[in-house]
Design a binder for this molecule. Structure first.
Ligand SMILES: NC(=O)c1ccc[n+]([C@@H]2O[C@H](COP(=O)([O-])OP(=O)(O)OC[C@H]3O[C@@H](n4cnc5c(N)ncnc54)[C@H](O)[C@@H]3O)[C@@H](O)[C@H]2O)c1
Length: 259
């Protein structure tokens, strides 16, 4: 019989959580939520200025936060960041693969370089970061990996690269979950719908209103909506849930909003 879960921590208190792309938007919301649960946070991002601001903000709220300037699509940079984090914190319990980029372009206008960049950042980075922490998590017989996908994986006109990258995130999540199911490690994914991040704020009022109408709940999601779902998967008590995709999209995954 597999007894691995019997040595799992009792709560999030003191657990070490990496949040990639944590300097702003949804990642910052996730970092805040996990910090409120008692996690020690490592923010990984390649935006130095935003990292500094996020660190100041979270620290002023009482969070234990460390920042690393990392391009998560670089194996060398990710491995170096893992080594530094293990040297200072001795363990890694939670990895939230959140870093990602958009990629709106019709296939007819898209070249291979554009396609590859979206896949590299949105998909390859999740493989790279997961692989870099899994051996240590397996040694501890405890780990939580939460991959941020998107409702767009269902398919969106003008988002072939983005939706393909997020579809592959679902497949990666399911396969990793199976590979590590006997080692105390769960791997799950969250699929946000439209979320109010700095990017959303740059849209015109007209576009924002039209987006509102596509959401059955008729409201745009907040980073905290996504963060709460991530926290559920991160909790040690969620040990019997793995390989799952949770939509957090105000009902948008259900199809027509005219309900
Ligand atoms: N905002 C939405 O409506 C929405 C909807 C569905 C899914 N998502 C997903 O949620 C995640 C976060 O999105 P967001 O809206 O908060 O975006 P955002 O642009 O506000 O934040 C993304 C962060 O990731 C960082 N980043 C990007 N590439 C990186 C790299 N290679 N290495 C390190 N850091 C990198 C950026 O610097 C930024 O701080 C993404 O995976 C995105 O695809 C967002």
């Amino acid at each position: 019989m597999n007894q691995t879960n019997t040595i799992a921590p009792a709560s999030l208190q003191g657990l070490v959580a990496i949040v990639t792309g944590g300097a702003k938007g949804i990642g910052l919301g996730i970092a805040r939520e996990l910090a409120q649960g008692g996690c020690r946070i490592a923010l990984w991002d390649f935006d130095d200025a935003a990292l500094g601001e996020a660190e100041r903000t979270l620290s002023s709220e009482g969070a234990d936060v460390t920042t690393f300037k990392v391009d998560v699509s670089s194996v060398d940079q990710v491995e170096a960041a893992v080594a530094r984090l293990l040297a200072s914190h001795a363990r890694i319990d939670i990895l939230v693969n959140n870093a990602g980029i958009g990629g709106d372009k019709l296939v007819s206008k898209m070249d291979l370089a554009f396609w590859s960049r979206v896949i590299e950042i949105n998909l390859n980075s999740q493989f790279i970061c997961s692989k870099a922490v899994l051996a240590q998590m397996a040694q501890n017989r405890f780990g939580r990996i939460i991959n941020i996908g998107s409702r767009a994986w269902l398919g969106n006109r003008g988002q072939a690269a983005y939706s393909a990258s997020k579809g592959a995130v679902v497949s990666l999540t399911r396969s990793l979950a199976l590979e590590y199911a006997r080692k105390g490690i769960t791997v799950n994914a969250v699929a946000p719908g439209i979320v109010e991040t700095p990017l959303f704020a740059t849209l015109t009022e007209e576009v924002r209103q039209s987006l509102h109408k596509t959401v059955p709940m008729e409201r745009i999601g907040q980073p905290q909506d996504i963060a709460r779902a991530v926290r559920f998967f991160a909790e040690p008590g969620s040990s019997y849930v793995t390989g799952q995709l949770l939509y957090v999209c105000g009902g948008r995954s259900l199809g027509s909003p005219s309900v």
